[in-house]
Design a protein around this ligand. Sequence first.
Ligand SMILES: C=Cc1c2[nH]c(c1C)Cc1[nH]c(c(CCC(=O)O)c1C)Cc1[nH]c(c(C)c1CCC(=O)O)Cc1[nH]c(c(C)c1C=C)C2
Length: 477
Amino acid sequence: MKTAVLGGGISGLSAGYYILRRFGKPFTIYEASPRVGGWIRSEWHKNQGFFFESGPRTIRPKGLPGANTLELVEELQLPIKPIPSSHASARNRMLYAKNQICMLPNSPKGLVSVVPPFSKPLYRALIHDLTTADSVVAKNQDESIYSFVQRRFGKEIADYAISPMICGICAGDAREISVRFLMESIFEHEQKYGGVLKGLLYSRFNDKYNALKDKIQVESNLYKRACKEKWAMYSLEDGLEQLPRSLRKYLTERNVNVQLNSKCHNLRFNGADKAVMSFKNTDVPVSHVVSSLPAYQLAQLTKAQHPSLSAQLLSIPYVDVVVVNLQYDNDQLLKHNGFGLLVPPVENLPVLGIIFDSCCFDMAGNTVITVMMGGHWFDKWFGQQPPPSQKELRDVAQQQVRRILGIMEDPKFSRVHTLHKCIPQYTVGHKRRVQGIREYIKSYKLPLSLCGAAYDGVGINDVILSARNQVDNLLEI
Ligand SMILES: C=Cc1c2[nH]c(c1C)Cc1[nH]c(c(CCC(=O)O)c1C)Cc1[nH]c(c(C)c1CCC(=O)O)Cc1[nH]c(c(C)c1C=C)C2
C-alpha cells in the first residue's frame, strides 16, 4: 500500500514533488476538477499580447519560504520574470481614501512629513508605541491585528495601513484576523519587552529570533541571483499557472499518477496504518493520506467517522473573492505607475483593491487591471438572492474604476470570476485551532498529514513550504 495526495492545487502538487524527491516511489494525486492549479489561473490572449490572472500573480523571493519556492522553480527550469525592487510596481503602493489616490511613503522622508490619508507624520505613531504601556494581553493569548495595532500605533494606522494590507493579503477584516497571522514575532516582542520598537531594538542584541536558524537547507542558485539582483517579486514567462502545469508534467513524467476528475467523497481510517478513500465507483485503500484540501472539504470527508475533527476543521472560516480582469487598448494608467491600490474598509466601498497588471508586466501596450471585490464583505455587497450576474459584478467593478482611476471608456475585454471560499481566514485563536486539529490527528494516530492554505500560511511560498515540512515529517510511505 502507498501514500496518496488529495488535491491538485499548488500545495498538493508540491507535496507530490517532495514525496517523489524523498521516497522515489510512484503514488497518486487525486484532483476533483478537470485541471490542476487550484486558484492559480492564467488566461493568455496571445494575439493581443496580454494575459489575465484570476488568482495570485507574483511570488516574493524573501526568506526561507521564498528560497524554498525558488529551489523548486529552478528544479523545474521555469523561465522567470523578475521585478526588481527599484521597479515602480515594487516601490509605488497606493491607497484610495478620503476621495483621493494616496501614494504610500516609500522612503524615510515619508516618516516626518504629513502624507495623506494620515493626519499626522508617521513618526508620531512610533512615539505612540514608545509611550504606550506594556501589553494588556495575557501571555500566550491572542488578539486581533486591528486591536494590537490600534493599541500600539493608534487608530489611523490600524484603519489606513493595516486594515487595507490585510485586505490585500487575505481579503479579510483586520478586526477579526489574529495578530499572529502577520506579526507573530512583533506581538511577542511587545509581550516580552513592553513595546514593539523597544522589542525590535533589544532583540537585535539578545533574542531567540536572531538565534533561530533555518531548520531546513535550501540549495538554490536562483535564490542567490534574486538576492544579488534585489528582486522584490517575480512571475513566470507564461503567467503563474506555468508553475502547477509544469509540476504536473514533471510528476507524470516520473510515473506519479495525477488523476483529474476524481472527487473523494469519504475518508475512513482503520487503525494507524490504513486509510480508505471513497470515490464515485471505487474505494481506494492507502497507508497514508496527505490532504491539501481546504479545511471545510476535509471536514466533509471525515465527518462520519471523526465528527469532532470535522467540527474543528469547519471552524476555519473562508471568504469569497470576486476578481474582475479588464483590458483596454491603450495606456490608461499614465498617471498611476505602481503595483496598484488598496481601499481601506473604513471607506465603505464595494471594492477591496485594484491591481495595475500592465505596470507590473509587459502587456504589449494594453492596459490590464484587476478589480478585487468581496472578501469578508462579500455578503454585504453581493450576498443578495438571486446572486448578481457576471454583468452586474462587472458593472460594479467598472463604476469603481471610473470613480477611482477616472477611466471612462468601456474595456475591450473582460473576465469575471467569483472564487468561492478561496482564502481561509486566520481569525483570533487560529494557531490554537490548528494545534488542536494536529493534536487530534496525533492522538488518534490517524495516517493523515495536512498541508494547504488553511494551516501554516496562505501565500504560495507558505503552502509549498508547508507541503515540504509535512512530507519531511513522514516516517516512510
Ligand atoms: C484572489 C485574491 C487574493 C488576495 N490575496 C491573495 C489572493 C490569491 C493571496 C496573497 N496576496 C498577497 C499575499 C502576501 C504574500 C505574497 O505572496 O505576496 C498573499 C498571501 C499580496 C498581494 N496582494 C495583491 C497582490 C497582487 C499581491 C501579490 C501576490 C499575489 O499576486 O497574490 C492584491 C490583492 N489580493 C487580494 C486583494 C483583495 C488584493 C487587492 C488589490 C486578495
